[in-house]
Design a binder for this molecule. Sequence first.
Ligand code: GLU
Length: 329
Amino acid sequence: MVTQPSKLFLIILTLTLVFPAGDTFAEDFRLLRIGTGGLHGVYYPIGNALAEGITSSNIATGLIAVAQTSGGSVANVQALTSGDIEAGLVQADVALWALRGEGPFTGEEGRPVRALASLYPEQLQILVRRDAQIHRVTDFRGKTISLDVAGSGTLAVMRIILAAHGLSENDFNPVYLKPEFTTERLADGKLHGISLVAGIPVKAIAEIAGQEFSFLPIDPDIASIITHEHPYLVPSVIPAETYSGRPEIPTMEVNALLLVHEGLDEDLVYAMTAAIWDEQTQALLRSAHSQGRSVTLESAVHGLSVPLHSGAIRFYQEQKLLPKEEPTS
Ligand code: GLU
């Protein structure tokens, strides 16, 4: 019996013939894994656009970037620290907690994370069934609400929101699932509410947000108290008509950052930074999601909660976004 060589075998054979020295391949190409979020979030399409932009950039030759799905911000910090990814999208509040060993990282050493850029704002979105009679967060008592998975930034934010309302996860029936598993359950009545911190609009929410659902507002006074303790989580609104027929909804927002490990090579981070602000990557971002338009070079160094990586600093100094450091004599 003649067996066909597997596709992987043919790829390896081709690479071996093209790069016979073995490690020449490794020297000429560098794989960059970008941690994103769930399939129904915004990190994933934005991460894909960044990966495609970096890979096809003429500035950063030899880089092959791929976007990977993940639990979200907290999982991305963990994967960055363990070397399982080279870059990751992380909420600014989660990034600061990682640096300081606070919040989900309490009791741990500060994580060696650095920023490459500030990207776009993410809004807390809580969608509830109208028949569940939930008008404020305190009405969660006795209800079944999804708070996203343990690796998500959403869960970290929801815990702060709950605490600010005098609630804990013991007061209701919490469910820990990514939105790809919750929107249908919400529509079927198996869940009373779902939550997600993500760039607006979220397609999966827009698809189900009929008149049987409403968005839960966050009281601006409570939001201000939260900001006092968590300065990167700020009061904001989901503007009217973001979701068809909906009025403005008061909520909270946080910036999404692109992070790398502090120890990542400076020239590599410089090349990644330059590739992201290339016009081609900008066009990819704009077509990936409407928040792609918020990803601008001008805002790249604003709203950062952790220090920039030295490779990114070099690029932003050249672009005159940051002052050049005076040589000390
Ligand atoms: N901000 C969310 C998190 O960190 C992810 C949102 C998204 O996937 O767009 O869990």
